[in-house]
Write a protein that binds this ligand. Structure first.
Ligand code: TRP
Length: 333
């Protein structure tokens, strides 16, 4: 069985973008691989170092969300990054194998720095050593467990490329010890926000969370963007530019969607009615997830147990890898 390693920063609850862009692929692959899922609290701290409470709370929140969408702790080692000191150790060793300018040129890091002006300054002049270096730590995340396959969205590809470069450099100096990971690219393109923005995100305020209650779902969907040329109920419209139809396609069934599309084009469907139907479909979609989650809300000790067991298994694997690495680096005193 090949090894999969992936991670998620615990900075907030999961939204539909996470679900369709990542979580669903993880669920579909959980039985085919030896699967490590890292709750990346140390990485989350690189840009939330001033808010440790947020990171701590979300370690548990995100674990509950992940179990609720059907990731089974029987198939997956859920683990907390900070509980694996080997990752931090390995990050220090790898930091010799990467130049500062290479990190500054990493497209993912560049984009993130430009998005975090408050934290890192207008031109990234206040960038921290820790944030600039997080791709090195992510390479340690992957290789510590000999991850062979990393499921990613396209925004993460530069981080994986950086990891491969570190692996090649390491192997060329210390011997052929590490495996170069491959990507498993998500089939779903990025999920758009309710406002039509290309990306769904917390900071953009356009996301539907898996934990949203009926009232929240109602209020968010009623505000979603439709075809701006459709003014009256019986105007003909173009569903392909309507966010309500876009979301119907995600959560409603094919027969309904065909009908919705045809009626909309013919001017036989009002947007308010269409939104109400989407609210129904969305609640039906979210209900089983929320019911499962409720159980874990009421049994926090079981969530802790999942993380404890997964972390224990992950730690054993990390120790084995570390032994080989230290031998090859001649620091096995
Ligand atoms: N950088 C990833 C994100 O922001 C999270 C992550 C941490 C990760 N470690 C990883 C992803 C290892 C893949 C592999 O979502």
């Amino acid at each position: 069985m090949k090894t999969i390693l992936t991670g998620i920063r615990p900075t907030g609850n999961l939204h539909l973008g996470h679900y369709f862009g990542a979580g669903k692929t993880w669920r579909e692959n959980q039985e085919k691989y030896d699967f490590y899922l890292e709750i990346a609290d140390v990485q989350a701290l690189t840009d939330n170092f001033d808010n440790p409470e947020k990171v701590r709370t979300n370690v548990y929140e995100i674990t509950k969300d992940l179990i609720a969408i059907g990731l089974d702790p029987k198939n997956i080692h859920f683990f907390i990054q900070s509980k694996i000191p080997e990752i931090a150790e390995l990050t220090v060793f790898y930091s010799n194998l990467v130049t500062v300018s290479r990190l500054q040129r990493n497209p993912t890091v560049k984009t993130e720095i430009s998005q975090k002006k408050e934290l890192f300054g207008n031109n990234g002049e206040s960038i921290t050593y820790g944030f600039l270096g997080y791709p090195v730590s992510q390479a340690a995340d992957i290789t510590c467990f000999e991850g062979e396959i990393v499921p990613v969205g396209d925004d993460q590809l530069p981080l994986l490329e950086q990891c491969r470069e570190i692996v090649r450099k390491f192997n060329s100096i210390y011997g052929n010890i590490l495996k170069e990971p491959e990507q498993l690219l998500s089939k779903t393109p990025r999920i758009k926000g309710l406002d039509g923005n290309d990306k769904m995100g917390k900071s953009l305020g356009n996301a539907i969370y898996l934990v949203d209650d009926e009232k929240t779902i109602h209020d968010k969907i009623m505000k979603a963007i439709t075809d701006p040329n459709k003014i009256k109920k019986d105007d003909k419209a173009n569903p392909e530019i309507c966010m309500v139809y876009y979301y119907h396609k995600l959560v409603n069934n094919e027969d309904n969607n065909k009908k919705i599309c045809e009626e909309c084009k013919k001017g036989e469907r009002g947007c308010v009615q269409c939104k109400k139907e989407l609210i129904e479909a969305m609640n039906t979609f979210l209900k089983p997830i929320q019911e499962k989650r409720k159980y874990y809300d009421e049994h926090p000790e079981e969530v802790k147990k999942v993380l404890e067991n997964g972390t224990k298994q992950a730690r054993e694997k990390a120790k084995e890898t570390m032994k080989k690495i230290k031998e090859s680096m001649k620091i096995d005193y």
